[in-house]
Unconditional design. Structure first.
Length: 407
């Protein structure tokens, strides 16, 4: 009797453990998308719940179907009873209604709509369960060997698991295999039936160089994020699983990306102060060190010239008059000279029209933790500088117009 009671108790406890919601597990990874170098890693191969990161694979399958001619962007896809009945986040699609392939894709990118995910799954696989098996097979072919999909949306399912490393592989594959569609991940808002939906990925508007890719959340998974960030033509993929809040997840992502960019010699372009107002009795001058050999045109400064307090402390020569071409642009700040020079050369080559006399200018600033090399172009007027930045930003390159007095 006692033995039977113990057996029943053990079985009930086991069942309880299996049914209880799993605690979100923290994992993170930052990888160089071009070289595959791992720059930061914590539990990168631990299997966790991907939540709506799943929709990255749903979108991969959609892009693949478009490329193979199985779908078109304007094609109307039917909304099944199952799709209409999905839990939020959702568009609120109506049973027996239709929605275009393009709208489904944009709803997945921005709203992360679960009803749209099922519509896409059924359009490609007939049934969502069939589509999930197709997703898993494709994932494994991409090297995502520790990933299993059970649905198209990422809604809770104990069998739906992935890893930070696998999700980084998927992000890279999306950019590599579908460059013609990848830009959609940078969409910050999308309008559907007179209602605008904002992208859940807040890094797009708050972290320099971010051009995608996807957020995810369930109670079991915690707050997940895959981010793609490009600075000076170097793309890093960051993955975070198991954040406690959306805000803390985003903050942590920025921290590990900052560390990783620093490791590869790239730092964020500093925000520069606005151009000082002209005063005929008190004109600014710029501080420079003695010229260096032409083969290494680095200007050395003992202070960080982006600090307005230090600039204000310099007593200018009242007779100095600023030339009209005293403006410039900054396209990056680096820990090493070579990548700074490369970035400045590339910026000069990318700008369609620059005034005669525009030059590459690498400024070295000595800081407590080492030297910093600012990649700049000089010899521009204000209009040319701002136009150059506008042109470079359209090509997703970093750029800040630098006013007189800060060279």
């Amino acid at each position: 009797m006692n033995l039977g009671l113990k057996l029943i108790t053990t079985m009930l406890l086991t069942l309880f453990v299996l049914m209880a919601p799993a605690q979100a597990k923290y994992a993170s990874l930052v990888i160089d998308a071009h070289t595959g170098e791992v720059l930061y890693s914590r539990n990168a191969d631990t299997r966790n719940y991907p939540a709506s990161l799943t929709k990255m694979m749903t979108l991969y399958m959609a892009f693949d179907a478009l490329e193979k001619g199985k779908l078109t962007m304007k094609q109307k896809l039917p909304v099944s009873k199952r799709a209409a009945g999905m839990a939020p986040s959702k568009l609120g699609l109506r049973y027996k209604g239709t929605i275009s392939t393009k709208d489904v894709i944009m709803a997945l990118v921005t709203k992360s709509a679960n009803d749209a995910a099922v519509v896409m799954a059924e359009a490609i696989g007939g049934k969502e369960t069939t589509f999930a098996r197709m997703m898993t097979k494709k994932a494994h072919s991409l090297g995502m060997t520790r990933t299993t999909f059970r649905n198209a949306s990422g809604l809770p399912n104990r069998g739906q698991l992935s890893t930070a490393r696998d999700m980084s592989k998927l992000a890279i594959a999306l950019k590599r295999d579908f460059p013609q569609y990848y830009h959609l991940f940078s969409t910050q808002s999308y309008k559907y039936k007179n209602r605008s939906y904002r992208n859940h990925n807040k890094l797009l508007a708050s972290y320099q160089g971010t051009d995608g890719i996807k957020t995810g959340y369930t109670r079991a998974s915690g707050f997940n994020l895959v981010a793609s960030v490009v600075r000076n033509n170097r793309r890093l993929i960051g993955v975070v699983f198991g954040g406690k809040t959306g805000r803390s997840r985003d903050r942590h992502m920025k921290e590990i990306l900052d560390k990783s960019f620093k490791r590869v010699g790239i730092t964020q372009v500093a925000k520069l102060p606005a151009a000082p107002k002209r005063n005929p009795r008190r004109e600014s001058v710029f501080v420079s060190a003695p010229p260096l050999p032409k083969s290494r045109p680095v200007l050395t400064a003992s202070t960080d010239l982006s600090l307005p307090g230090q600039i204000a402390a310099i007593q200018p020569d009242s007779s100095a008059v600023q030339p009209i071409s005293d403006w410039g642009i900054q396209v990056g700040a680096f820990r090493k000279y070579e990548p700074a020079k490369m970035a400045a050369d590339q910026a000069l080559a990318q700008i369609k029209s620059t005034p005669t006399g525009t030059q590459v200018h690498i400024q070295q600033v000595d800081k407590a933790d080492g030297s910093l090399y600012r990649a700049r172009l000089k010899g521009l007027d204000e209009i040319a500088a701002r136009n150059a930045c506008r042109e470079l930003k359209q090509q997703r390159m970093s750029c800040v117009a630098v006013p007189p007095g800060l060279f």
